[in-house]
Structures are given as structure tokens and as C-alpha cells.
Design a protein around this ligand. Structure first.
Ligand SMILES: C[S@@+](CC[C@H](N)C(=O)[O-])C[C@H]1O[C@@H](n2cnc3c(N)ncnc32)[C@H](O)[C@@H]1O
Length: 342
């Protein structure tokens, strides 16, 4: 059996566990509220390739565990085992990121000495350290009782960030924490900003509109609520202060000509089927190569049924690019769509 560590949101542990069991990966124990240890029935590389092809919604990050080290005498053992691990694989001139994470309180453990030993082993193995996104990840997971090491192509880990914890720098201009969701969605779904017109449904207080403006879009933000004062009277942002349904009626009355958007964002606080139906009603006002990003707000219980129902509605007008519970999603998942047939 091959061991691996995976992460998920704290309230999605059972969903993530079920998703992995479909790939023959069975959970052994909970390591922390967002981290679990599992083992794979089959070759772990093959299982992870299958996961990569058909990505789960709730599993955020996955990495193999090939070595376990006790905290006693950790320094010497970590050096030897890391060196042996790195020398056992042909890395060539590919880059390696050392991704260390504590999943318990390890403040009383020799964490600094452990990491120094691992970094020294990487230097002595002659591997090139990654500046940005690494080709390979050396995962170091620190629990109360042991340290687990795993080495793998970063692209097979579902996220190239340690534990899938994608954090962004907080700028002074930040209007809402929701902004991080949209930034993460662009990355996760590989969306290239096209510029042009973006429609931002549920746009207040203006975080997503700010990001879209920064990515080169002219934004129409639709929301009965006020925009943050920093977003009012900004060139490139128009606030339609009403509901999405009212905006739909307005552009419907004017005729579709002249109203074609390049991007549709929807972060409306709304039941997921209703929200999906509205997104479908906006399809005639989207250009053929437009991308759509929406959050599905999930009511407690039966997450899968809500996602299934929303998916069935969305598929009438769009192809699903991906559905994922992002690091920045709480009680929701993010969906990326393309106009059907593109
Ligand atoms: C989570 S907030 C959106 C935050 C926004 N993405 C940001 O970054 O600032 C949800 C918004 O949905 C709006 N909303 C709820 N129902 C709506 C509807 N029918 N039409 C338009 N907006 C709606 C609410 O007024 C609220 O401002």
C-alpha cells in the first residue's frame, strides 16, 4: 500500500474522502481538521494521474508520503532520508519547491533544525530550487508525532501550493476578501483575461469589479447594494443599482445588439439553482469565447445534490470547464464555464 496526504475544507472531510475512494484511495486517519492520511490500493502515480484527468471538487491538494521520520534525532535522519529520496529520482534541470507545513502545534519541536537539514540535503543533492511554480514538490508535513516527506511532480498534486493553501498578498486597496476567490479561480481554471466587457452580478461592494478592472475589463457591476466609495465614479466601472433580474429585463428590452460581454462573473448571494438559471438567461448576451466564473452558495447538507442540480441547469447553455472548492471558498464551490460548443 502507498500512503498519501490530502487536504480539504474542514467541513468537506467526508466529501473529499468519498471522492478519493472512487480512485481506490482509502482514508486511514484524520491528521488535522483539514488534512487526512490515506493509502492507495494501486500504484500511487497511476492513481494520481487518474485524479488529474478527472479532478475532484473537494480534495484540495494531494501528495505522496514516502518517508516518515520521528522527531527524536530528526536532524540527521531528515538529512539522510531527504538526500536518498532526491538522489533516487532523475530530476535533471527541473526545479524543486520545498513545501513545509505544520498540521499540529509543533512549536516545542526542533522545526528550524529539521528544515535546515532538508535544505542542506537539497543543496547537496544539487537540485535547482524553484523561484516561482516548481516542477517538483518536496512536501514536508509536520505532525505532533512525526514528519512525513513526499516527492512528486507538482502538477499531480492538484495545487502547486503547499496543502493547496493559496494565499495572496493583502493590498491596501482590497475591498473584500472575495477578491481572493476570483484571483484563485483565474489561476485554477487557467483563464486568460481577454479584456473587453465584463458583467459582475452581485458586484457590491466591488471587490470582483476591482480585480476585473485591473485585468483590463470594462465592468458593469449589478447589485442593489452600494459599491464601496473607492469603486464609485471609477472610470471603467458602471454600477447598475438593481437586481440581476432587473438588469436582464433592461437589456432584453433594448435588444441583444450591442450588449455582448467577454466575461461573466456571478458571486450573488442566492440559492444555487436560481443563480444557475439566471446565468443561463444571460448566455445570449455573452460572446462565443467568453468565460464565466460563478460561486454556488451551498446550503447546509446535501452539497452534492445542490451541485448536481446546478450542473444540470448550467449544462443546458454552457460547457463546464471545472467545479472546485477553492482555498478561499467557504460553504460554496466555484464553477468555470464556457459557452456551449466552444
Ligand atoms: C458575497 S456578495 C458579493 C461580493 C463581491 N463579489 C465582491 O467582491 O465585492 C453577494 C452580493 O450579492 C448581491 N445579490 C443578492 N441577490 C442579488 C440579485 N438578485 N441581483 C444582484 N445582486 C444580488 C448582494 O446584494 C451582495 O452584495
Amino acid at each position: 500500500m502507498h500512503k498519501l496526504i490530502y487536504t480539504h475544507q474542514h467541513d468537506a472531510a467526508r466529501l473529499a474522502k468519498d471522492e478519493l475512494s472512487r480512485f481506490g484511495i482509502h482514508t486511514i486517519k484524520t491528521v488535522s481538521d483539514e488534512t487526512s492520511l490515506a493509502e492507495s490500493e494501486t500504484d500511487i502515480f497511476a492513481a494520481r494521474c487518474a485524479i488529474h484527468v478527472s479532478p475532484p471538487i473537494f480534495v484540495r491538494h494531494i501528495c505522496p508520503v514516502s518517508v516518515s521520520i520521528a522527531w527524536d534525532g530528526v536532524e540527521a535522519e531528515a538529512y539522510e532520508k531527504t538526500l536518498a529520496l532526491l538522489q533516487s529520482i532523475y530530476i535533471g534541470n527541473k526545479t524543486v519547491g520545498i513545501q513545509a507545513r505544520s498540521v499540529a502545534d509543533v512549536s516545542a519541536k526542533p522545526r528550524g533544525a529539521l528544515l535546515d537539514a532538508i535544505h542542506k540535503a537539497a543543496r547537496d543533492a544539487g537540485v535547482a530550487r524553484a523561484n516561482g511554480t516548481p516542477d517538483y514538490a518536496l512536501s514536508v508535513i509536520m505532525t505532533d508525532g512525526e514528519v512525513m516527506l513526499g516527492f512528486s511532480p507538482a502538477a499531480l498534486n492538484l495545487s502547486t501550493f503547499a496543502g493547496g493553501n493559496r494565499s495572496f498578498r493583502r493590498s491596501d486597496e482590497l475591498i473584500s476578501r472575495s477578491e481572493f476567490k476570483l484571483l484563485e479561480a483565474f489561476e485554477v481554471f487557467g483563464i486568460t483575461p481577454s479584456g473587453g466587457g465584463a458583467l459582475d452580478l452581485g458586484g457590491a461592494p466591488g471587490g470582483w469589479s476591482r480585480i476585473l478592472l485591473g485585468l483590463g475589463y470594462d465592468v458593469v457591476a449589478v447589485d442593489p447594494a452600494e459599491l464601496d466609495e473607492r469603486m464609485s465614479n471609477v472610470a471603467g466601472v458602471t454600477h447598475f443599482r438593481a437586481t440581476a433580474q432587473q438588469y436582464l429585463a433592461k437589456i432584453g428590452n433594448a435588444g441583444a445588439s450591442g450588449v455582448l460581454f467577454d466575461f461573466l462573473a456571478n458571486d450573488m448571494k442566492m440559492e444555487s439553482s436560481l443563480s444557475s438559471r439566471l446565468v443561463c438567461q444571460f448566455a445570449p448576451y455573452m460572446k462565443l469565447n467568453a468565460a464565466v466564473v460563478l460561486t454556488l452558495k451551498l446550503l447546509p447538507g446535501k452539497y452534492l445534490k445542490q451541485i448536481y442540480n446546478a450542473r444540470k441547469i448550467l449544462e443546458t447553455r454552457y460547457d463546464i470547464v471545472g467545479i472546485k472548492q477553492l482555498f478561499h471558498n467557504r460553504n460554496e464551490v466555484t464553477v468555470c464555464l464556457k459557452i456551449k460548443g466552444m
